[in-house]
Each structure stands twice: as structure tokens, then as C-alpha cells.
Design a protein around this ligand. Sequence first.
Ligand SMILES: Cc1ncc(COP(=O)(O)O)c(C=O)c1O
Length: 458
Amino acid sequence: MTYATIDPQRIAELTARETERLNNRTVASRQTYQRAHTHLSGGVASSYQLRDPWPIYLEGGEGPKVWDVDGNEYYDFHNGFGSMVQGHAHPAIGRAIAERYPRGTHFAAPTEDVIVVADELARRFGLPKWRYVNSGSEATMDAIRVARGYTGRDTVVKIFGSYHGHHDTVMVSIGVPYSEIGDRENLASLAYGAGIPAATTAMTIAVPFNDAGAMERRIDRLIAEGNKPACVIMEAAMMNLGVVLPEPGYLEAVREITQRHGIVLIFDEVKTGLTIAPGGATEYFGVKPDMVTLAKAMGGGLPTGAIAGTEEVMSAVEDRRVRQVGTYNGNPLVMAAVRANLFEVLTDDAYAWLNHLSDRILAGCEDVIKRYNLPGYTVGLAAKGCVTFSPTKIVDYESYLANQNAPLTDLAWLFNMNRGIYMTPGREEEWTLSVTHTDEAIDAYIACFDEMARELTA
Ligand SMILES: Cc1ncc(COP(=O)(O)O)c(C=O)c1O
């Protein structure tokens, strides 16, 4: 298959034009940045919000739309890094919060909602025992601790390139240049940024996605070295290199290997849980892990998360070997929002609508790719999806690095932002659709992609 040649010079020209246009449209953001960065490091609340020459400051959002401090309105396909699958300011969640507030918002004691939510999550994910946390990072941190406590082992296996939050154990072997990956059978353990102890980094072993053989060989070597892993933590579909699907049979093979060796399998469902199916990737792919982690879309816009496990694994929490604790765990205000989210917003009808929107955006983008003969393809699972600019299929971090067209994806972001499509700055993020998105919102996305394709290939 020969694709249209996309001239890097053309990408550079369009990028310069679109950058200038965005700069001119976001003057109030520039002024806000000048004020913000006096006392706020980089002018942002998290380094993932950084952007040169300045971040775009948002003012509000409602349903599928957000608007910035310059008054530019956008359809939101960023949706708070995949959290706002309910759309902004959903009335059912607003009502639940308003009803809870006058009855008190925090006791650090269990309330009715924590029980109802656990029952519903158990039904959706098929795992019997749940606990709450306050973010995705806390979820993966606690799940790993439970796995370590349950097995009495320290080593953690993860997928090279996967992101599981910002605690030390999982800030390893993500986002590194190709030259540093190492040999595929012996991928490097590399700290993701400064401040992560070498001893912790060395305890996390990364293996390639979609290669059960490589995982098994690495586990065998670790066992021979006396370092049998406590757990494998992974996303069933990788969600930080666009969307990378598991190849047929891969998850089943991982399940079999981990089971045979008595290694806890954790599906990190911080992104996939509640967005791709009512019971997340566990339901979607039909492979049952020993533990799952949730956060993001669970809270309907409030910070929360959860861990779950089998009776056996979670016995380590119940018999108090592992201290799973936290002042704000199961906070009543948040749990009122979660309850409304699960029972009133993310219903079966909501998933049917998300699937409809997904089919529409995938078909529309696929049509653009075909008409302009672009080197790329689409991937989508209900609320999540992306266009991957690559002539060949991405199956793991290595193929992602070898094929990604970073300047083109940067240009796509600028194009979107200048045409009322709000996306995540940085190239690896996928879109998140919300239940409030309409066909019109989807068509706006496709029209913008079409315009970029036309200009690129003109
Ligand atoms: C798969 C996955 N796990 C964990 C996290 C961490 O979640 P949080 O940012 O809420 O700590 C993220 C965040 O993007 C994620 O994508």
C-alpha cells in the first residue's frame, strides 16, 4: 500500500500558521499565564497541563462543551484526561452533590453510599471485594501493595511504555527514546523523571505489550534469579499511545501465565473502566484479572478511585496484613456523585449512545483517511478512540516509537484547537466521548480532520 506523501515541510508551514492563529485567539490565556506563574510553578496545577508558549486556561464547561478565558468555545474531546464521560455539569451528579452537601461532606466513617457503590461495581466487574482511594495513582499504588502483601514478594512487572500514575513503583520505563529501550528480551528499567530511587526503579521490570512469550521468558528468568514477581500490572488495551488493542489471545495467555505462576494480575482500568463498557476492559475482553483499579470516569468529575480483588487477594486487606487506608477514602460527597454517576448517568442506554457516537466518528475518520490516502488508521472502544498516524499497526511501545509522526499529531492538535475541538495537548492522548456528545459534535470533529487532510495533501 502506498500512501500520500506528507511533506514535513508542509507540516512545518501549517504548524507555523496554526500556532500563530492559536496565539492570537488566546491572548487572555497569555495574560493569565503571566500572572499565574508568579506563584504557581509553570502556571499550572500539574505538569501534564504545561504547554508552550502558554497553557490554555479554561473558564467553564457544560455538557459536551468547554470555553476558555478568551471566550473561545470548544467541543470537548479531552474530557479531563478521560474522566468526563458524563459531560460537564451533568444535572444528575449536580443534584446528588447538592443533596449531600447540607447533610455533611466528610466524616471519615462509612456511609450508605460506599456500600451501594461497592455492590454495583462488584456486579459490573465481577470482583467481590472493593476499597476506595482518591485518584488513579492511589489505586495502582494500593493495588500493588495488596499484591505484594498477599504474595510476600517485591518485584513488579509492567508493560514498557504504559502509564499507571505518579508513584515511584510505576514511574518506570515510560516515554523514553528508542535508543534507551534496551533489548526486547531484557527491556530497561528507567526512572521517569528525577526523584525516583534507583532501588525502587530496579524492582519494576518492563516487558513489551502484546508479547506473552517475552513476558513468560522474563518471568522465568526473574524466578531463576530469586525475584519472582508479586504482580503484573497492565492496561488490557493501552491507552497512552493512542489506543493499542490487545492482539487476539494475548490477554488469555497473560492470564494463563500469571495464574500458573501464582502472580497477581492487575488490570489497571483507570482509563478503560466505565468508559469502554459498563464493566470496563474486564467485561469487554472477557478476561478476568485478580485485581482491578478504577478512577477517572468513576467520580463524575470529583477525585476518587477504587481497587478491587478476589476474595483470596483481598484477604490481605481484610485480615489487616496490608494497611489500605486514607482519610478521604469513600468521602460522602464524592460517593454521592459516584452513585448518581453509576445509576443515573452511565446506564446501558448511555453505553449504547457512546457506541453509536464511536461508530460515527470512526467511520467518518476512516473515510477521510481513505479519501486522502493518509498513512493512518482508527481505533475505538465506546468512549475512547483515536486516529493513529502510522503506516503500520502499532502493537507495542517499540512499534509506536518507530512509526509515530509527532509533528503531524502536534499539527492535528493545533488544527482542532483553532476550530473548536478541545483535545489534550501532547500527542499520545486519545479522544474521550461523553454521553452528552451529539452527532453534530462528532461531525465537527470529522470536518476538522477533513480540512487538515485536504490542506496536508494539497
Ligand atoms: C492507566 C492509568 N492509570 C493510572 C493513572 C493515574 O491516575 P491519576 O492521574 O488520577 O493519578 C492514569 C492517569 O492518566 C492512567 O492513565
